[in-house]
Write a protein that binds this ligand. Sequence first.
Ligand code: PLP
Ligand code: SF4
Length: 354
Amino acid sequence: MSGPRAGLGSSVVLKSISQLRDAGLLDEQAGDVEAVARRYAVAVTPAMAALIDPDDPRDPIALQFIPDIAELDHRPEERADPIGDAAHSPVEGIVHRYPDRVLLKAVHVCPVYCRFCFRREMVGPDGLGTLTADALDAAIAYIADHAEIWEVILTGGDPLVLSPRRLADIMGRLAAIDHVKIVRLHSRVPAVDPLRIDAALIAALKASRKTVYVALHANHPRELTPEARDACARLVDAGIVMISQTVLLKGVNDDVATLSALMRAFVETRIKPYYLHHPDLAPGTAHFRLSVEEGQALVAALRGTISGLCQPTYVLDIPGGHGKAVIAAPSIERTDQGHRVEDFRGGIHDYPPR
Ligand SMILES: *Cc1c(COP(=O)(O)O)cnc(C)c1O
Ligand code: SF4
């Protein structure tokens, strides 16, 4: 092995091209990545930098976080707001697309910036920032005024970058709204900055006095380090339910062995696999996308390989704000006599009409 060891010794979040170069995570052949960094935010936490093998040009952790000039290649089918958040935002910070639940986007900062992010035009230092006190008041008032809102989903950005004091404030305000029964947070923090999950943060989450779910966003089994598993154990031991969210990404996790290991790692960590997202049409992310048919084949192979506990639901966020659709290939089809149903080995069987 040659060259400097990657950010192994780094104790700071790497946020610039020069810091990434100094840490040995970008080489001279990388091209004009400064132009990428001017366009899209960059951050790599020490925990993630330490996981990268600088001698592997296709390292699945590096692919997720280290800027690549391919991000400057924008395609006509790509959209700045791929899942149509803006179309369903009644007040700043709220996205109300489904009747019984809303997104509350209090902050547009993340501990890491993913190169494939579906909200890459909204997050980061030049993004939508953090809700002002007035905007947060209006967002909470909207939730209080809509009795059909059963669940509030804190996302962003990453809500677990908020200080425990600010989180406790938001949670305390949700506690006062009777019709809200569930508070869900989508976060990468337990894996990418595990020591942030401490007693103060957990106490803040519990201040909602609601049933709290944390959805961990992780895409490769290596992200579930011993420290990350400990952080998740602290959440689960505190009575917080954990589910997972993974983006299917070419070169990162688009093979049965990697996806199986990831889903098993979640289940071993007491995290129930929830969604496997088909990649969104975010700008400059064509190099991460695979076809729906490739995704369906992978999901079908998982069915035949690993425990039912480990099965995620394969979903697509329909561009334009039409919500999510389940896109796994059906294993049953109608015939003239009834149905044909496929088993996990690919064998075909008849089933009557009813
Ligand atoms: C994805 C999403 C949700 C959550 O959907 P679930 O299927 O409940 O996980 C809620 N609101 C919006 C606007 C979303 O994009
Ligand atoms: S943590 Fe989520 S919102 Fe933040 S950059 Fe990654 S995908 Fe985007």
